[in-house]
Design a protein around this ligand. Structure first.
Ligand SMILES: NC(=O)c1ccc[n+]([C@@H]2O[C@H](COP(=O)([O-])OP(=O)(O)OC[C@H]3O[C@@H](n4cnc5c(N)ncnc54)[C@H](O)[C@@H]3O)[C@@H](O)[C@H]2O)c1
Length: 332
C-alpha cells in the first residue's frame, strides 16, 4: 500500500522513506493537510499528518469521501483534529503519545537563556564587528524563581534543568508530579505563580480549559521583568494581549516557539511574501522577543521516535490491531 504523508520537512523525508521501507511505499508532500490540499488524498486509505495540519470537519469529510480510513498524526498534541467528526466518519486516528520530552524541555531552556542573555542581538552585533555590551545585560538564574505551568513529561524535564540552575521551583497543574515534588517544587495557585516567578514556562496541553490561559489579566499579574516562554501551543497565550503588554515596555524577554495563528505560516518559506499577520509582524519587531517556528521537538532523537511510532501505528492498523496510540475509535 502507498501512504500519503503531508507536511514533511526536507530533513524528515529520507528518514520517513527509510522507516517505511520493507513495509509500505510512502509519498511525502511538503504541503500541510488542510482544506485546499485534502483532495490530493483521494484514493489513499492511510494519510499521515503533521502538527500544523488542519483536520476540521470539512477536511475530514473530504478525506472520507476520497476513501481515507486512517490518519497517522506525527505529533503528541491532537488539538488540530476534530475527533468527534473522525469517529462519526469511521476514520481511525492515531498519534505519537510519547517521544523525547527532553527535546522540547531543552529547547524551552534554549529560548529562556537566549532572551535572558540577549544572544540573538549579541550575535547580530558581532557579525557586524560591533563588540559593545550596551543593552546585553542579563540576570543570573541561581536563587531566582521559575514557574512551570504543566508538570507532565516535558514540564518535569524542564524542572530538572531548573533544579540544576539552583532555582526555586513553583508548579501549577491539575495533578502534582511526585518527581517534581522530590526536586523541591511547591505547587501553588496560578495567581501566586504569576506574581512570584521570574521565569514562566508553559507545558500544559491546549484544551478548552487552557485556551488563553495567559490572558491580559495573567500577563498583568506577572512581574514587569519576567521572562515568559511558550513551547507548548500558541493558543495558550492571548497574543494580542501580549503585544499590548510588550508595547508598554514589560517583560525582560519572551520566547515563543508556537503562535496561535501559526498554521499556514510555520514550517513554510514566507520570506518573499507580504506579511499579512500584523500581530506576528509586530511581535517579531520587539527586541526582547524571540520567535521560532515550532522547532522544539526537532531533534534527531525525537523525530526518529516520532517516525518509528508512526510506522508502528500504521502497521498496527493494517494488521487490524488496536495500538496504544489510537485516539479514534475511542473504544476497542
Ligand atoms: N513545541 C513543540 O515542538 C512541542 C512538542 C511536543 C509537545 N508540545 C506541547 O507540550 C505539551 C505538553 O506535553 P507533555 O508530553 O509534557 O504532556 P503531558 O500530558 O505529559 O503533560 C501535560 C500536563 O498538563 C497537565 N494539565 C492538563 N490539563 C490541565 C489543565 N486544564 N490545567 C492544568 N494542568 C493541566 C497534566 O496534568 C499534565 O501534567 C503538549 O500538550 C503539546 O501541546 C510542544
Amino acid at each position: 500500500m502507498e501512504i500519503l504523508a503531508f507536511g514533511v520537512q526536507a530533513d524528515e523525508k529520507p528518514l520517513i522513506e527509510k522507516a517505511f521501507a520493507g513495509h509500505h511505499d510512502v509519498r511525502c508532500l511538503r504541503v500541510n493537510l488542510d482544506e485546499d490540499t485534502a483532495p490530493i488524498a483521494a484514493g489513499y486509505e492511510i494519510v499521515s499528518s503533521s502538527v500544523n495540519a488542519d483536520l476540521d470537519h470539512r477536511v475530514l469529510q473530504t478525506l472520507a469521501a476520497g476513501g481515507t480510513q486512517m490518519i497517522a498524526q506525527r505529533s503528541t498534541g491532537f488539538n488540530n483534529i476534530d475527533l468527534d467528526v473522525a469517529e462519526r466518519l469511521g476514520i481511525t486516528v492515531a498519534r505519537v503519545s510519547y517521544y523525547s520530552p527532553y527535546s522540547v524541555a531543552e529547547f524551552a531552556w534554549t529560548l529562556a537563556m537566549a532572551v535572558n542573555r540577549r544572544i540573538v542581538r549579541a550575535s547580530i552585533r558581532t557579525r557586524d564587528f560591533d563588540f559593545r555590551l550596551d543593552g546585553l545585560m542579563g540576570r543570573d538564574l541561581r536563587g531566582r524563581t521559575v514557574g512551570v505551568l504543566g508538570t507532565g513529561k516535558i514540564g518535569e524535564a524542564f524542572t530538572r534543568i531548573a533544579h540544576g540552575f539552583g532555582m526555586n521551583l513553583l508548579g501549577w497543574d491539575v495533578a502534582e508530579n511526585p518527581a517534581c515534588l522530590d526536586l523541591g517544587m511547591t505547587y501553588v495557585e496560578k495567581e501566586r505563580l504569576f506574581a512570584e516567578a521570574d521565569l514562566i514556562s508553559l507545558h500544559v496541553p491546549l484544551l478548552p480549559a487552557t485556551q488563553h490561559l495567559i490572558d491580559a489579566a495573567a500577563l498583568k499579574a506577572m512581574k514587569d521583568d519576567a521572562i515568559l516562554v511558550n513551547s507548548s501551543r500558541g493558543g495558550l497565550i492571548d497574543t494580542e494581549a501580549l503585544v499590548a503588554e510588550l508595547r508598554a515596555g514589560r517583560f525582560a524577554g519572551v520566547g515563543l516557539d508556537v503562535y496561535e495563528a501559526e498554521a499556514g505560516l510555520f514550517f513554510l518559506d514566507k520570506s518573499l511574501e507580504v506579511v499579512e499577520d500584523d500581530t506576528l509582524a509586530r511581535l517579531i519587531t520587539f527586541p526582547n522577543v524571540l520567535v521560532t517556528s515550532h522547532q522544539a521537538y526537532y531533534t534527531t532523537d525525537a523525530v526518529g521516535q516520532i517516525i518509528d511510532t508512526t510506522v508502528q501505528n500504521v502497521l498496527d492498523y493494517t494488521a487490524g490491531r488496536r495500538g496504544e496510540n489510537v485516539l479514534v475509535p475511542r473504544t476497542a
